[in-house]
Design a protein around this ligand. Structure first.
Ligand SMILES: Nc1ncnc2c1ncn2[C@@H]1O[C@H](COP(=O)(O)OP(=O)(O)O)[C@@H](O)[C@H]1O
Ligand SMILES: [Mg+2]
Length: 256
């Protein structure tokens, strides 16, 4: 995969870029969204969730996507991670247009380029923390010993080095979310996508998980996109996009 040579040249779409920080303008975009549209055909007719969405996410951005429930945030995140397909428009990741990927290539893209964290961790409760974190590497064809070694290292990075042999189902909610963060990053993706990663946690635990995300984002030079309804956490991100009524608007993090 190549990189973009310039961050200009995008159709302006409907994105208000008032809050774009100077650092964002200088950095290369990892993700480009152009004129994106998503609609569903339901029993009651056509539901246009969003249309004409255009924005970029620069390498190193820690971007929060906020907006009311039902605004389409999860759908947008799924499209960015090649877990869903748009009804129109394009998403480029490191200059690769996602719509050109075959099913097999999309699967490889998801395994190699993107780490996902969900509101509900989706760990396998009967398996240990170590086995859960090792799974994406086993899916890649690594040996059990190699996968286990990396999983151990990543569990230490989320401060769970002493919980590796615990079954996932026996861990606390915050610990489970830290395991899922380790599982998302064990494949060393460029892009971290997280959908309400702290939405199911109490305030103190949410803060701990968010601080880990911030720290790993920095230390591993990630580009991270987090959907959150927690405005205190959104304010700590480098950028904030609000998705509302099918449009995106860039906000100053201090304004949210
Ligand atoms: N497969 C589908 N068919 C029809 N409508 C859907 C489908 N998936 C999601 N929706 C609708 O799209 C809207 C946005 O969903 P979602 O992306 O989950 O929003 P958010 O994450 O912002 O709460 C919701 O109203 C939801 O009911
Ligand atoms: Mg959602």
């Amino acid at each position: 995969m190549g990189t973009f040579s310039t961050s200009s040249g995008l159709p302006s779409g409907n994105t208000a870029i008032s809050g774009l920080s100077p650092s964002t303008e200088r950095a290369h975009p990892l993700v480009q969204v152009k004129n994106l549209r998503k609609e569903y055909t339901t029993g009651r007719g056509k539901l246009v969730l969003f249309e004409g969405l255009s924005f970029e996410v620069a390498q190193g951005d820690l971007l929060a996507i906020v907006g009311q429930s039902g605004a389409g945030k999860s759908t947008l995140l799924h499209i960015l991670g090649a877990l869903d397909t748009p009804s129109g428009g394009d998403v480029y990741c490191a200059s690769t247009p996602l719509k050109t990927l075959s099913t097999k290539q999309a699967s490889s893209f998801r395994n190699r380029e993107v780490g996902y964290v969900w509101q509900f961790h989706y760990l396998l409760p009967e398996f240990t923390a170590l086995e859960n974190v090792a799974m994406p590497l086993l899916a890649r064809g690594l040996s059990k010993a190699e996968a286990g070694k990396s999983a151990q290292k990543w569990l230490e990075q989320v401060e769970l080095g002493d919980r590796t042999d615990h079954r996932a189902g026996e861990l606390s909610g915050g610990e489970q979310q830290r395991v899922s963060l380790a599982r998302a990053l064990v494949t060393q993706p460029k892009l971290l996508l997280a959908d309400e990663p702290t939405g199911d946690l109490d305030g103190g635990t949410a803060d701990l998980v968010f601080r880990l995300i911030e720290r790993l984002h920095q230390s591993h030079h990630l580009t991270s996109i987090l959907v959150t309804h927690n405005m205190a956490l959104a304010r700590r991100c480098s950028r904030v996009l609000r998705l509302e009524k099918g449009r995106v608007e860039e906000l100053h993090p201090q304004e949210v």
